[in-house]
Design a protein around this ligand. Structure first.
Ligand code: FE2
Length: 399
């Protein structure tokens, strides 16, 4: 039932985007996009959509995963193409205007280029736009399915006990097991990460969009060789999938859940406190109040002298963390907006969500937001999927 609701929402978005793209092509930019192939594509689009709906419903009713997977891929491809097409139209108009201006400027009355060759020039010049559109769409789509990166991230703390200097944590966030990231992909990732031994594994929410895969995912994570325990915390998708079912599955598995509580670990003569924040499920105006309330419960038993690490699906925990004397937050949720430039999300500062990807610091509290292992939509450009290995280092660099 939930899959059908998901498909319906995605299809509504596709239909909206497709109608929008066709409208823009036909009425705002007719000169450039009046190609036979675009016109034919526009006419066939409704039939494609009906075909995908039948595939998605049929696959769901028959429980045939490969058919559901294929329909999900077709939806994603069409959405990406329509979205990029819409976004590229203003650039193509600009490109045409510049081309026209240049031709006017270069043409003297004696060497005036005739209308036919002028049209030919503009047609070939502006042909670059749909090519770039398709290239960008294809590249981002392909990159969503390329290997998950394993960046080595150092986080420095001036008060770090010697016993924790060099302590390594494999940070897994937003695995989103389902159509676009499967158990096979997770197994492959964990084989790749095994090249880098770690002391601990922390999983910060949105583990599985398909609950039937959650037990095996936790088993796989539980098998990673580490000296210290692994923990999982909750994300909004755990609530979407049914929080009671998720908790029952986690309780029966090898990776304990931390939610509004934490544990203290003895690492030689040092203490490391690991807390797990709850997730508000939806973006809400009072997120600071929600996080403060959750951290009140989570951090209440943290020893004064311990290095305090918080697992929080929401990076926004950073806004209230300092009052709880937290040293490090590992977060996710944002997927880095799935489009980045130079190691930062292009949506940084634009969206109501903050701290979208990478290192941040507020007061003494440091945060690393992972761009996520999986995604709910297979498109990534300049913001690869990642499973960072976080190394605690004694030092005092402000990030
Ligand atoms: Fe999330």
């Amino acid at each position: 039932m939930r899959s059908l609701i998901f498909f319906s929402i995605v299809l509504t978005i596709i239909i909206g985007l497709s109608v929008g793209a066709r409208f823009l092509i036909l009425y705002t930019n007719k000169k450039l996009w009046n190609w036979n192939i675009v016109d034919k594509f526009g006419r066939l689009l409704p039939f494609f959509i009906i075909f995908i709906i039948i595939m998605a419903i049929g696959g769901g009713l028959l429980g045939i995963r490969s058919i559901m997977f294929l329909s999900a891929m077709l939806m994603a491809t069409m959405t990406i193409a329509a979205l990029i097409l819409i976004l590229s139209l203003p650039f193509s108009i600009l490109f045409m205007k510049i081309g026209e201006k240049l031709l006017d400027f270069k043409s003297s009355p004696k060497t005036k280029i005739d209308h036919a060759s002028r049209r030919a020039f503009l047609k070939s010049a502006t042909a670059a736009i749909p090519m770039i559109t398709l290239g960008t769409a294809g590249s981002g789509f392909a990159k969503a399915f390329s290997d998950v990166k394993i960046p080595q991230i150092s986080m420095e703390f001036p008060n770090l006990p010697e016993a924790l200097n060099g302590f390594k944590i494999l940070h897994l966030s937003d695995i989103h097991l389902g159509y676009y990231f499967t158990l096979y992909d997770l197994e492959k990732l964990l084989i790749n990460t095994s090249e880098y031994p770690v002391d601990m594994v922390l999983v910060t929410g949105d583990v599985s969009d398909d609950l039937s895969q959650l037990p095996d995912a936790l088993k796989l994570i539980g098998q990673i060789p580490t000296i210290y325990p692994k923990f999982v915390s909750l994300g909004n998708h755990e609530y979407y999938r049914g929080i009671n079912d998720v908790k029952r599955i986690i309780d029966a598995g090898p990776v304990p859940l931390l939610c509004d509580n934490g544990v203290s670990l003895k690492i030689q003569n040092a203490e490391l406190f690991i807390g797990g924040a709850n997730d508000p499920m939806h973006m809400r105006a009072d997120i600071n109040e929600f996080m403060r309330d959750s951290l009140d419960k989570t951090m209440k038993d943290s020893p004064d002298k311990a290095l305090k690490l918080l697992m929080s699906h929401r990076p926004r925990a950073l806004d209230v963390a300092e009052q709880f004397d937290i040293d490090l937050i590992l977060g996710g949720h944002t997927h880095g907006g799935q489009i980045g430039l130079n190691g930062k999300s292009v949506f940084e500062g634009v969206m109501s969500e903050q701290y979208l990807w990478g290192k941040y610091q507020k007061g003494k509290t440091k945060l690393y937001t992972s761009s996520g292992v999986g995604h709910w939509f297979p498109y990534r450009l300049g913001c690869p999927a990642e499973a960072p290995i976080i190394t605690l280092v004694k030092g005092s660099t402000y990030v």
